[in-house]
Design a binder for this molecule. Structure first.
Ligand SMILES: [Zn+2]
Ligand SMILES: [Zn+2]
Length: 148
């Protein structure tokens, strides 16, 4: 584990009252050390290289714990797959409708979103999370290749 990631992990655990275990450290590292939006299965495959005896259920359980503590975030669930996001900075998502890849979009790239009226059913707003759907660069390239 990189020194900064390790220090950040210890610091976050202390702040959220979580025991610092070797398993948790490995799971957190698998997400935080590479930018991206990973499925629990992908994280499990990564962690298993160091901890061959770890189970997928343990990975799920710890990811849930991290998310509840606010140490990681989840990407919206409506594409049917759970994805974990290590980027805690406020941001939106660009979602490719072909390959389902997800890219971060800094929130400064959008004008601030505002409500025109009250939300229905007494819903209390916490934050806006915008999902922009389109076609990623790789898919655009492969589609123009097949058309030529
Ligand atoms: Zn794509
Ligand atoms: Zn993200």
């Amino acid at each position: 584990m990189r020194r900064e990631t390790y220090n950040e992990f210890r610091h976050l655990c202390r702040a959220h009252n979580l025991a610092v275990t070797h398993q948790r450290q490995r799971i957190f590292e698998a997400v935080a050390s590479r930018p991206g939006h990973y499925s629990p299965e992908e994280i499990y495959e990564q962690v298993k290289q160091d901890l061959p005896s770890i189970s997928l259920a343990t990975v799920y359980k710890n990811l849930k714990t991290f998310i509840e503590a606010g140490m990681l975030r989840e990407v919206s669930l409506h594409h049917g797959a759970w994805r974990i996001d290590a980027n805690l900075h406020p941001h939106h998502h660009l979602v490719c409708t072909r390959c389902r890849s997800i890219l971060d979009l800094d929130q400064d790239l959008l004008a601030p979103v505002k409500l025109r009226g009250k939300l229905p059913s007494g819903f209390k707003l916490e934050k806006f999370s915008i999902e922009i759907q389109g076609v990623c660069k790789a898919c655009v390239a492969s589609e123009s290749r097949t058309h030529n």
